[in-house]
Design a protein around this ligand. Structure first.
Ligand SMILES: NC(=O)c1ccc[n+]([C@@H]2O[C@H](COP(=O)([O-])OP(=O)(O)OC[C@H]3O[C@@H](n4cnc5c(N)ncnc54)[C@H](O)[C@@H]3O)[C@@H](O)[C@H]2O)c1
Length: 354
């Protein structure tokens, strides 16, 4: 079968993770890259020996040599570029979040349905090796029905600045940037129950803490300390139709003593911690058991998970797999995230079942 010809749009930080994984896949030919910044596109093309170089995504999409695209641009262009790509006949791997608003998300879903092309949402954590293992335990009923989950990603000094800190381009702060990963992961593991309500809070108390000295942290290429229109932290309680609930808290800036990541799901027969390593708690013969699955990568391995995500997309393009991260799951997450922002703004619970 012919190789899948890939074009990548948005040659910033995360593009390397996509390109490295494509470059390592023998069923792929990297044929084009595009960035608003022509020099960045040129440098990326040189690094990965890609022949097609564009600074306008519409020109890349008009290239018949491109079969499928990775969209790695700012969040505010995900919907527009996804729809244009689908209508140009390309399959799409769109970075998370699917987009900014529910209206945009539904328009992307409509384009998928009308074109019959594939759209995979970039929920990289679903592809992690330890999640595949945990899913086997859950699907076999080893944890019973999952009724509670906890998702927490705390950065004390971690506002990347640039477009991430500009709500117009990002759609929000830590909730939409990193919360999306962990809310999605818990929701996916819980069996994608229907959401009935959310209650959330967002805080803008500490700002981006750009005055902090002697402590290095990741900053976007166009970091500008004077621009920050996103929340420092957010928390939420999400309720599901089956009675299950999910508690979330995420931050870019917080007076916490350390960075932390906690993701856990709890069921009637067992529970599982996902960060920092997969660990299962259960009971047998009136005795509590803590079970540590022995895995080469018991935690979230960034490089390996991207490789698995990209390989899945290539399989989808070749008609060899079922889509693990379909557009509907992107739409549902945007509904949840927007409802949390609305709940925080209006100071009340938002019902999503009406
Ligand atoms: N899956 C993950 O773990 C993960 C991690 C980081 C970022 N992301 C997502 O990837 C996307 C990009 O993030 P990043 O950290 O690489 O940002 P970045 O700022 O480093 O790179 C974005 C690039 O996109 C280009 N761009 C923006 N709009 C464009 C357009 N309309 N046409 C062509 N190029 C355009 C910019 O010039 C920039 O070079 C975001 O949606 C982000 O949420 C995902």
């Amino acid at each position: 079968m012919e190789k899948v010809h890939i074009g990548l749009i948005g040659c910033g930080s995360i593009s390397d993770s996509h390109l490295q994984a494509y470059a390592a896949n023998p069923q792929v030919k990297l044929v084009a890259v595009c960035d608003l910044n022509p020099e960045r596109a040129r440098q990326t093309a040189a690094k990965y020996e890609v022949p097609g170089i564009y600074d306008d995504y519409k020109e890349l999409l008009a290239d018949p040599n491109v079969h499928a695209v990775s969209i790695c641009t700012w969040n505010n262009s995900h919907a527009e570029i996804s729809i244009a790509a689908l209508r140009a006949g390309k399959h799409v791997l769109c970075e998370k979040p699917l987009c900014k608003t529910v209206e945009e998300a539904l328009a992307v879903q409509q384009a998928v349905e009308e074109t019959g092309r594939i759209l995979q949402v970039g929920y990289v954590r679903r592809h992690a090796a330890n999640i595949e293992v945990l899913k086997r335990f859950i699907d076999a009923g080893d944890l019973g029905e999952l009724y509670y989950a906890k998702a927490s990603l705390i950065r004390r000094l971690g506002n990347p600045g640039g477009w991430f800190a500009d709500s117009e381009r990002s759609g929000g702060g830590p909730l939409i940037d990193i919360g999306v990963h962990v809310i999605d992961l818990c929701w996916y593991l819980m069996g994608k129950p229907k959401v009935v309500s959310v209650s959330g809070n967002t805080y803008r108390k500490l700002g981006n803490r750009s005055h902090i000295e002697n402590y290095a942290y990741y900053q976007a290429a166009d970091f500008d300390p004077s621009v920050n229109t996103v929340e420092d932290m957010a928390n939420a309680l999400i309720r599901f139709e089956n009675g299950a609930s999910l508690a979330v808290d995420v931050s870019f800036s917080l007076h916490a003593r350390k960075e932390s990541a906690q993701i856990a799901v709890f069921g009637e027969r067992g529970g599982a911690e996902i960060e920092p390593a997969l660990a299962i708690a259960t009971e047998r013969h009136n005795t509590i058991l803590n079970v540590d699955p022995q895995l080469t990568t018991p935690g979230f391995d960034f490089v390996d998970s991207f490789k698995r995500e990209i390989n899945h997309f290539v399989q989808l393009c070749r008609g060899e797999a079922e889509n693990l991260c379909p557009v509907e799951d992107g739409v549902e997450m945007i509904r949840i995230l927007n409802a949390i922002y609305q709940s925080a703004a209006e100071g009340r619970e938002i019902r999503l079942d009406q």
